[in-house]
Structure formats: structure tokens, C-alpha cells
Design a protein around this ligand. Structure first.
Ligand code: N2P
Length: 358
């Protein structure tokens, strides 16, 4: 009897060990078999109703987290504490993540809605053949301004106008190192991908001169501050401008004449993914024309989904400030992946600018 009990106990212990081992193996290979999907996206960058719809339609629960800069997102993914299934880096960061072997290749056969995307936004230099990424939204960096709050006789057509002493304490800047250093470089006539230390230092010095006009360096709250007329001017992303302008019709947006940034944010599947199949399912869902149209109307950024355009209000699609012709976008610069060292230098100079203000 005793022996029988021992044998029984041994079988139970071996079974438990086996079950635990199989589960671990599955998790490390990305077959979670679990019904959750962890999505890591920019703040204010999705219609949350669509998250609920995806959950209802698929039975998959989405854990949704947000970030406010490419650099913050990259650090978190590298640390590996959370197993993100889908993330949304901008183009230069996609390239960097591929370089650092952080991304899985996409399985295009699971993404039939890819056909809805405008070819103009596919197969770009940062990810030839879209092996690792598919575009989610795109836009420019520019100046949002409220003409009713600008001192008489002032106007804004380019970066250089922002240094006008009449705008004292009136400007909000987006909290992004590439964006603001890029603005400094463009104002001086340099490329926003410049890596020459002397020219970067010159850009920092130029930015320091803007300090009296800077009211705050902000994230997504720029929208509320502009809508509520607490500032007259904001340097930021086009989609935020569109959103602000829906709420306050006095406000306008300009892409500065000296040049600016054209950017693309993209879906990727990090190697940390535990639910690769659901990640593809989610990306494909977001590229459905009606889903993309609803999302675009909500978020206000420009969609690369050509098929979605016909489900969107005409005045939105025809607004050349947010859907500029290719001739205009060709004059703009896309951020290049400048490498770890240069990126760190950009961050360091931007930090110096922020400290200088205090
Ligand atoms: C929206 C974030 C826009 C990201 N809050 C621009 N790359």
C-alpha cells in the first residue's frame, strides 16, 4: 500500500514538473495560448472604442500602455520587463530596433488588409519591403497658432518668426529631442539630420535665445492649452494641430518655409511578443478601411490607409495642411537613424536646453 502511494505521488510530481516546463517553453517561444495582447502606443493615439470592439470580436483582452517619445518606448522594450506584442515606433526608431534585433518579421499572409494602404507609404527606405513594420499614421512637425491672440502686425510663416520678442511667454514646445533640435537646425538652414557637433551646438545656442518666448515644454496637454487659449503658439505634430482646430476654428497650422520633418509611425511586433498571432490580428483589424476611418476621425492624424479615405468626411481629406501633396512632402526631411552616439548627443543637448530654461 505504501509503495502504491509512493508511485502515485511520483506520478503527480512528474506531471506537475512537465506541465510547468511545457508552459514555460510555450511562453518563451511566443505561443502564449493566452488571450491577452499587450499594445504599446503613443498617448492619445487610438479611438478606445476600437479596442473594445476588437476585444468583443475576438475574445482577446488588450492590455494597453502608452508612451510619449520614441526614446522612452525603446528603453522600455529593451529592458524587457513587459512583454509587448505590438508597438508603434517612428521610422528612424524602426530602423534602430531592426538593427538591435528587437523586432520580429511580420507575416504578410496574416495581414490581408495591407492592400488598403497607399503604396506611397509602403516599401520606404527605413524598412524595405515592410518586413518589420506597417504605417499607422503620418504627419509633419509645424506651428499651430491662434491669430486672434497674436500681437498686431505679427505673422507666422516660418521657424524664424518664433524668435519675435512680441511672442514673449507665448510658445509651447513639444517635448521631443529630435523635434526641437530639428527646429533649431532648420531655422539655421541646416538639415534636421545634421550630426556635426559645431552645428548642433549652434542650434542649441539658437534655441537658448528662444527661451523668453517659451511658456512650457509639454506633451499631449498642448491640445487643451491651445484650445483653451492659454497660449498663442505651439510647435508640435500636425495631428494635434488638426485636433485643436476642430475645437477652435480660429486656430491655424503652418509647415515652416525653412523646412521641417515628415514622419511615419508604424506598427511593429517586438521580439518580446507572447501572442504573435493576435498581434497580427490586431494590426490587420486596424488596417480595415472602416476601422481606420473611424480611428482617423477620432485621432485627427493623417492616415496612410487609402481605402479609408472614402469613409471619412471630405473636408478632412481635402485639407492640404494635413494631406499635403507629394510635391510638398518631398521638400520635407524624414528623420534618419543617426546611430546611438549621435542620438545620445541630441538628447544631451535637448536636456541642456531644458535646464537652461529653469
Ligand atoms: C500623438 C503622438 C503623435 C506621434 N499623441 C508623432 N510621432
Amino acid at each position: 500500500m505504501k509503495n502504491l502511494f509512493r508511485a502515485f505521488l511520483a506520478i503527480v510530481i512528474v506531471s506537475v514538473i512537465l506541465i510547468v516546463a511545457i508552459n514555460r517553453l510555450n511562453a518563451s517561444q511566443g505561443f502564449s495560448g493566452s488571450d491577452t495582447l499587450t499594445v504599446y502606443n503613443w498617448g492619445d493615439y487610438i479611438d478606445e472604442e476600437l479596442i473594445s470592439r476588437f476585444q468583443e470580436e475576438t475574445g482577446i483582452t488588450i492590455i494597453y500602455e502608452t508612451f510619449d517619445s520614441n526614446e522612452a518606448m525603446m528603453t522600455k522594450i529593451q529592458q524587457g520587463g513587459t512583454s509587448y506584442d505590438v508597438a508603434v515606433p517612428s521610422e528612424y526608431m524602426v530602423e534602430k530596433m531592426v538593427e538591435e534585433d528587437l523586432l520580429l518579421e511580420l507575416d504578410h499572409s496574416l495581414l490581408p488588409n495591407m492592400q488598403n494602404l497607399d503604396e506611397r507609404f509602403l516599401d520606404m527606405a527605413f524598412d524595405p519591403g515592410n518586413r518589420y513594420s506597417l504605417p499607422y499614421f503620418w504627419g509633419t512637425v509645424g506651428i499651430v497658432f491662434n491669430p486672434t491672440l497674436l500681437p498686431e502686425g505679427t505673422e507666422i510663416t516660418g521657424w524664424d518668426d518664433l524668435w519675435n520678442p512680441a511672442f514673449e511667454n507665448q510658445i509651447l514646445l513639444i517635448d521631443g529631442a529630435r523635434e526641437i533640435m530639428g527646429m533649431g537646425l532648420n531655422t539655421l538652414g541646416y538639415s534636421l539630420n545634421d550630426t556635426n557637433p559645431a552645428r548642433l551646438q549652434e542650434a542649441l545656442d539658437k534655441l537658448k535665445e528662444l527661451t523668453p518666448n517659451v511658456k512650457a515644454i509639454v506633451g499631449d496637454e498642448n491640445k487643451l492649452l491651445m484650445q483653451n487659449e492659454e497660449a498663442a503658439i505651439a510647435v508640435g505634430w500636425s495631428g494635434d494641430a488638426a485636433d485643436i482646430m476642430w475645437e477652435n476654428e480660429d486656430i491655424d497650422y503652418v509647415v515652416p518655409e525653412e523646412g521641417s520633418n515628415l514622419w511615419f509611425d508604424n506598427f511593429v511586433i517586438p521580439k518580446t511578443a507572447r501572442n504573435v498571432e493576435a498581434a497580427h490580428q490586431f494590426i490587420n483589424f486596424m488596417m480595415d478601411p472602416e476601422v481606420a476611418a473611424q480611428n482617423t476621425e477620432y485621432v485627427s492624424y493623417s492616415t496612410p490607409n487609402k481605402a479609408a479615405l472614402e469613409f471619412m468626411p471630405e473636408d478632412m481629406v481635402e485639407d492640404e495642411r494635413f494631406y499635403p501633396e507629394p510635391e510638398l512632402t518631398e521638400l520635407l526631411e524624414v528623420y534618419e537613424n543617426l546611430g546611438q552616439q549621435n542620438l545620445a548627443y541630441y538628447n544631451e543637448l535637448f536636456l541642456q536646453f531644458k535646464m537652461y530654461r529653469k
